[in-house]
Design a protein around this ligand. Structure first.
Ligand SMILES: NC(=O)c1ccc[n+]([C@@H]2O[C@H](COP(=O)([O-])OP(=O)(O)OC[C@H]3O[C@@H](n4cnc5c(N)ncnc54)[C@H](OP(=O)(O)O)[C@@H]3O)[C@@H](O)[C@H]2O)c1
Length: 368
């Protein structure tokens, strides 16, 4: 089942599933939009897809959404505002759940709050199974494996090129970014440590250019230490950066916003201004501009002295297509073979590193 199928990302996930020969049920609150999508995609083969009406604000529809044995993919965002009822439905029904979030506070809740609940009901929660943050989990896990022992820190960089002037993010992504402005993020220092997004900046050399990147909380912080074995992994850092001025502008806003938020009334004012700004962003990114976007992901393992033990570099094109292909692959794999167990799972511990690497290659994530 794809919840959020009427949206930009959800529609692409459904398209990727149909191309794989799957027949997902389409769920969402806009039955009209879902029905025309179901008809259009059904015409490609296999007949019209089934449609289910569900709204995160309607408790009864959420209770009826899934039952044991289902695989649920959610692209209903912003997740920090809309994600909780979907997680609860997945946990209560004991299903396998995947989502397209990239939002640090939501990821934290999945691992710390809903993961233990899911272990009790038999649900498996695989959050952020898209461009954010499958490639970094894969690059980091491969660098860990290649290093053997003595790894003190794994650092992951997501570097995006080709963003140019035309819009390459959807309205849904922009809405999620607005929600994050007032939220805390985290990193890993022998445990999760809360810190603001962008509290650290680092420059990554890549193919002749230097890309500045900002620190962000991701699933790597929870998942990579689990893969490190009995020695443990003291430090994990994840950075995101864009070639051009974007990263430095965001860095400035990451510094200014926490100071502003301390003033009375500013939090709700920022939310209102952000909500108005969302309306001015096109629902879908410019397709020609999106085709120029490339994502470069580097995972590096260091020893305690800071020496590089291993580095893995991956590259992919359009991040939305990658997200759709990864979620479609993940849902199919989960439906046919299950996953490693209940609870909140990282991509490599849900599917196994070799299988994940094969899936990523199939989705167009190339190793350099
Ligand atoms: N991790 C990544 O790499 C990655 C990649 C792509 C997207 N994303 C994230 O995925 C999310 C979706 O992005 P998008 O571009 O697809 O946004 P979108 O086009 O705005 O889609 C949002 C979806 O949520 C649905 N929705 C909103 N409120 C709802 C409610 N109360 N009940 C049920 N459904 C509701 C919308 O339904 P209606 O059609 O009825 O409005 C729509 O289907 C965002 O949070 C974005 O940041 C992350």
């Amino acid at each position: 089942m794809v919840f959020g199928a009427s949206g930009f990302t959800g529609g692409r996930v459904v398209g990727a599933m149909v191309r794989r020969g799957l027949r997902p049920v389409l769920a969402g609150r806009s039955v009209g939009r879902l029905t025309s999508l179901a008809q259009r995609l059904g015409d490609l083969g296999g007949g019209k897809l089934d449609v289910v009406s569900a709204d995160v604000g309607d408790a009864a529809s959420m209770r009826a959404l899934v039952s044991r044995g289902d695989v649920l993919v959610s692209t209903v965002g912003p997740f920090i505002r809309l994600g909780e009822p979907v997680l609860r439905a997945a946990v209560d029904a004991g299903v396998i759940y995947l989502d397209s979030t990239g939002e640090p506070p939501f990821i934290r809740r999945v691992f710390e709050e809903f993961g233990p609940l899911a272990e009790r009901t038999g649900a498996s929660l695989i959050t952020a199974f898209g461009h954010d943050y499958v490639p970094g989990n894969l690059a980091g896990a491969l660098a860990l494996r290649r290093s053997g022992s003595g790894v003190h820190r794994v650092e992951v960089g997501y570097l995006t090129s080709g963003t140019g002037r035309a819009p390459v993010i959807s309205r849904g992504t922009f809405a999620s970014m607005v929600e994050l402005a007032a939220e805390q993020s985290f990193t890993w220092r022998n445990g999760i440590q809360v810190e603001p997004t962008g509290s650290r900046m680092r420059t990554f050399p890549w193919g002749g250019w230097n890309c500045p990147a900002l620190s962000i909380g991701a699933t790597e912080h929870y998942a990579l230490p689990r893969l490190a074995g009995p020695e443990g992994l003291p430090e994990v850092d994840v950075y995101v950066g864009w070639l051009g001025p974007t990263t430095r502008v965001l860095r400035l806003s990451c510094r200014v916003i926490p100071t502003l938020l301390a003033l009375p009334g500013v939090r709700s004012l920022l939310r209102r201004v952000g909500g108005l700004a969302v309306r001015w962003v096109a629902e879908e990114p410019d397709p020609v501009a999106l085709a120029q976007v490339a994502s470069h992901v580097v995972g590096t393992a260091y020893d305690a002295s800071g020496a590089v033990l291993a580095q893995v570099r991956l590259v992919a094109g359009d991040p939305y297509q990658l997200t759709a292909d990864l979620l479609a692959w993940g849902a199919q794999r989960a439906a046919e073979h299950g996953v490693s167990g209940p609870g909140a799972l990282g991509p490599a511990d849900a599917f196994g590193l070799e299988v994940l690497e094969a899936c990523a290659a199939e989705a167009g994530l190339r190793r350099l």
